[in-house]
Ligand binder design. Sequence first.
Ligand SMILES: [Zn+2]
Length: 256
Amino acid sequence: MGTTVPLWWWTLLAGVIGLAVGSFWTVVVWRWPRGESVVAPRSHCTGCERTLHTHELVPVASWLWQRGRCRGCGSGIHWRYPAIEAATALLSAGAIAAFGPTLTGLAAALLGMVLVPVVVIDLEYQLIPDVIVVPAAVVGLALGIAAHPGRWWVPVLAALGAGGFLFVIWLVFPAGMGLGDAKFAVLMGAVLGLSVIPAMGIAFAAGALLGIALIARRGASARKIAVPFGPFLAAGAVVGLMWGPAIVNWYTSRLA
Ligand SMILES: [Zn+2]
């Protein structure tokens, strides 16, 4: 990865790749929970079943151009499609802008892109798809180790620690945590290293705040509301990526 190519070019490239991946995610978040193939058939309108043309599949732009409507039947296309594409592109580009075209940047872009379908599917179905998270965790760990081979144990311990921590919570309190959350935490630890500690702190603090707010509004019956934890983990992951090292440095300097 050359040093002559300016950072903005890598950032733009990461954004374009993010748009393409985001476009694939819009297919995955619809078809995966329904047990349909993500490869075939080609994308079609869920209103009129018409197969979409290539120019109707340009991420974000097609939706804006068609003003959120199918060109065949005029039925509305949900705003979540361009939102998923835009979010994936922003997280991918943001990771490369922050870390450069490095192995660390690649790992950060991977985590950023993967958390989009995790959040969408978890919000809708209270599920975290193994088929996305497990391969991402393996690749994330390999990138984390390769980025700093001399300190290979940092991503390994962070992945085992974060995953193990949520695994124990799942064992003790299976209603509040899924095994998918623990696998996603392995990916977070692999990519974030030490920053997974503030990331987890933020995820649990945000989850506790929402829990208190729900109980305040709806009383004790709020305890029975199932709240997916994936979105909180994802929020913690983004904060950990962007500000994790600063938080860890601040904390360790106060100890010294
Ligand atoms: Zn249609």
